[in-house]
Design a protein around this ligand. Structure first.
Ligand SMILES: NC(=O)C1=CN([C@@H]2O[C@H](COP(=O)(O)OP(=O)(O)OC[C@H]3O[C@@H](n4cnc5c(N)ncnc54)[C@H](O)[C@@H]3O)[C@@H](O)[C@H]2O)C=CC1
Ligand SMILES: O=C([O-])C1=[NH+]CCC1
Length: 312
């Protein structure tokens, strides 16, 4: 009989999952996903169950990586919260299976996995697409994803200046006090992105907060929020003037309001750029529209489980 699943808590996942191990594995998974013959990766588009009464969604994100034999699913609830709400906006649990028998090997916290793998994929996009000389990073939003993006971007790159904006100035100030290095708080999005080389949008907005007229030509935008077909973070001008990269074309045309409602064309998947089948247009204004994929959770969960076993 199969062993009962182990339970891996949030603090353990935090200790076990490191960007230096995660980024190369995510790159491999993205490459495999974007191969023309992608039989190595099975990942349906996320199924979402609307929770209309609570302004949220339950997302089911299964994935199977055939060669690595990783079978996994994440269950994630995400909500649109009112300003000042103390309720969490993303809650997640990850189940890692034994693909041969079908039993669950581990049940682990999915919030840290979601925060770290999303930020790590944005860092991969920036590595490929940001201007060769990038001095200024701006983060719009000051929640969980803002912090994980701050951590991986400052660990991976050398920005001279990091700025943050949030719709409530106190939240941005609290964020700036929580970071290791200096972060400048700006009162408006326009000021915050003025001259920025890299802009990360990690808000819960459903209407555009970032407008193309404010974005420096050649800048790179990692757009992480607005994960529903009728939610926006970026305006039409930015979406139409930028070269648009995505994690998954299939996911993007089904779920991204920024793409669907602007009519912008997807230029490439990140995996295609990593595979060398589509170019990285670094000199142009670029948007990486992130939606999140089950394979990103699967490789993260495998890594956490491996590290957990080494310790027990
Ligand atoms: N692409 C991906 O793989 C993932 C995307 N997300 C999305 O990323 C976004 C940020 O997630 P978390 O940091 O976990 O949330 P959070 O609740 O911790 O932080 C959200 C931030 O956005 C701000 N915000 C909320 N509504 C806003 C509005 N209407 N206008 C401007 N700012 C607003 C909040 O004040 C806060 O600073 C959410 O949209 C979430 O759904 C989350 C996980 C994965
Ligand atoms: O990939 C993910 O976990 C999510 N994307 C949007 C909200 C949660």
């Amino acid at each position: 009989m199969a062993e009962p699943p182990v339970l891996i808590r949030q603090d353990e996942v935090e200790d076990l999952l490191h960007y230096k191990d995660l980024i190369p594995r995510l790159e491999i998974a993205l490459r495999k996903f974007s191969k023309l013959d992608s039989a190595e990766v099975i990942q349906p588009v996320r199924t979402t169950v609307p929770l209309q009464k609570y302004n949220g969604f339950l997302g089911l994100m299964p994935a199977y990586l055939v060669h690595e034999d990783i079978l996994c699913t994440k269950l994630v609830c995400f909500y649109k919260r009112e300003s000042g709400s103390t309720l969490p906006s993303t809650q997640a649990t990850v189940l890692l299976f034994d693909p041969e028998y079908g039993n669950v090997k581990a049940v682990m916290d999915g919030e840290v996995i979601t925060a770290k793998r999303t930020a790590a994929v944005s860092a991969i996009s920036a590595k490929l697409l940001m201007p060769a000389k990038s001095d200024v990073l701006t983060i719009l939003g000051a929640g969980h994803q803002a912090l994980s993006h701050y951590n991986v971007f400052t660990e991976t790159f050398s920005f001279k200046e990091v700025r943050v904006w949030s719709r409530r100035k106190e939240t941005a100030e609290r964020f700036a006090q929580s970071t290791q290095g200096h972060v400048t708080v700006l009162e408006s999005v326009e000021e915050a992105v003025n001259g920025a080389d890299v802009i990360v949008t990690v808000t819960g907005a459903s209407e555009p907060v970032l407008f193309g007229q404010w974005v420096k030509p050649g800048a790179h935008v990692a757009a992480v929020g607005a994960c529903r077909p009728d939610w926006r973070e970026l305006d039409d001008v930015l979406m139409r003037q930028a070269e648009v990269y995505v994690d998954s074309r299939e996911g993007a045309v089904a779920e991204s309001g920024d793409i669907i409602l602007s009519g912008a064309k997807v230029f490439a998947e990140l995996g295609e750029v990593l595979n060398g089948t589509r170019p990285a247009l670094r000199e142009k204004t670029t948007v990486f529209k992130s939606l999140g994929m089950g394979i990103q959770d699967a490789v993260s969960a495998k890594l956490v489980f491996e590290q957990w076993k080494n310790k027990h």
